[in-house]
Design a protein around this ligand. Structure first.
Ligand code: NAI
Ligand code: MG
Length: 360
């Protein structure tokens, strides 16, 4: 088999971590005799410098034709004073919207040897955490109209509007149930149906979709309760299905149960087979160019690509296994380093994981 992958390294530590993810993909390619054909393109601040545009047309076109995208991170102090629609961060928002990637998957998996970096109590952690937040990404109060500001006699009125159509809810719900089939078969749908009309529709449509998945257990939770349950008893969750704003907040909360932001991957999927895989962290200008970045989030994002785009779940498992055992041996980038650990830089961490996969 042969797959075309677009690399969008971007800014700051983006290129540093994407390089390590590519290293791992190359090892997987050799093992499974798949040829991955990588094409790099400009995005974010790097693209602004070259072309004046954070998402040049050529980059968007390449993403449309090559379909499978590994993204690093965009942004940095150099571009902070630009207006909002000219900034590097615009690129990732536009990519998701223009490629109609409405499903954002953020796994929060606790590496046993890093349990100390979680704020949770030991008795909760000893059995592990493995949650997947499925967040709707292109609707809700982040995009609804009308929005804006009106001058009042005494100041301003600001308006945002939450909007969901049954079609939007149905497609994200289907995605969550399909994914739950391959996991522990439990979906918790999170809304605020006691207050919001969009949430009432959400609950109705999710319940309707669930009838086609009798093997999956569905329960509903209000978002305020869910945010508490994540801390109190995170092991009750398998797949959390939720809207754009609640998902934004809950996925950040879930990610912090795991420890470092440098460990967490994500996938953004749509109806067609175009997809973006990216670490959840940003460009980390404070550590860029110092070989300190943890490449694990980017490497696990490449793993998600293998699973969701190339239907190679066993290859993804090998990557996870290699990460787990490298961490168990005590190798740590500075973000997760404690006394007695073996400090390594970005490239060494990537190489250790890649070498390990060769031995499986
Ligand atoms: P950030 O995620 O870049 O960094 C937050 C903190 O976590 C920093 O102390 C950083 O050193 C650390 N960190 C992040 N990734 C790490 C890794 N792989 N290994 C070790 N430590 C890591 O978020 P911040 O500082 O708020 O934003 C920096 C820039 O990145 C901004 O311009 C922001 O807009 C942009 N950004 C871009 C995103 C994207 O491209 N998807 C997402 C989030 C922020
Ligand atoms: Mg967020």
């Amino acid at each position: 088999a042969k797959y075309n992958i677009v690399l969008l390294p971007g800014d700051g530590i983006g290129p540093e971590v994407v390089k390590e993810a590519v290293k791992v993909l190359q090892v997987i390619g050799d093992k499974y005799t798949i040829s991955f054909n990588f094409t790099e393109a400009l995005v974010g601040g790097a693209a602004i410098e070259e072309t004046g545009d954070p998402l040049p047309k050529e980059t968007l076109e390449l993403c449309r034709t090559h379909k499978y995208i590994l993204f690093g991170a965009v942004g940095g102090p150099k571009w902070e004073d630009l207006p909002r629609d000219k900034r590097p961060e615009r690129a990732i928002l536009d990519l998701r919207k223009k490629l109609e990637l409405y499903a954002n998957l953020r796994p929060a998996y606790l590496f046993p040897s890093l349990a100390h970096s979680s704020p949770l109590k030991e008795e909760i952690l000893k059995n592990g955490i493995d949650i997947l937040v499925v967040r709707e990404l292109t609707g809700d109060i982040y995009f609804g109209e009308p929005r804006g500001r009106e001058a009042l006699e005494y100041g301003y009125k600001a308006i945002d509007t939450a909007v969901y159509t049954s079609r939007e809810i149905e497609r994200i719900a289907r995605k969550a149930f399909e994914i739950a089939k391959k996991r522990r078969k439990k979906v918790t749908s999170v809304d605020k149906a006691n207050v919001l009309e969009t949430s009432r529709l959400w609950r109705e449509v999710v319940t309707e979709v669930s009838k086609k998945y009798p093997q999956i257990e569905l329960n509903h939770q209000y978002v305020d309760n869910c945010s508490m349950q994540l801390i109190k008893n995170p092991r009750q969750f398998d797949v959390i299905l939720t809207g754009n704003m609640f998902g934004d907040i809950l996925s950040d909360e879930a990610s912090m149960l795991i420890g470092s932001i440098g460990l967490l991957p994500s996938a953004s999927l749509g109806e067609r087979d175009i997809a973006i895989y990216e670490p959840i962290h940003g460009s980390a200008p404070d550590i860029a160019g110092q070989k300190k970045a943890n490449p694990i989030a980017a490497i696990l994002s490449a793993g998600m690509m293998l699973k969701y785009s190339f239907d190679m779940p066993e290859a993804e498992e090998q990557i996870k296994k290699a990460v787990i055992s490298t961490l168990e041996e005590g190798y740590r980038t500075p973000d997760i380093l404690r006394e007695g650990d073996l400090p390594v830089d970005t490239e060494t961490m990537g190489s250790l994981i890649a070498e390990k996969i060769k031995t499986y």
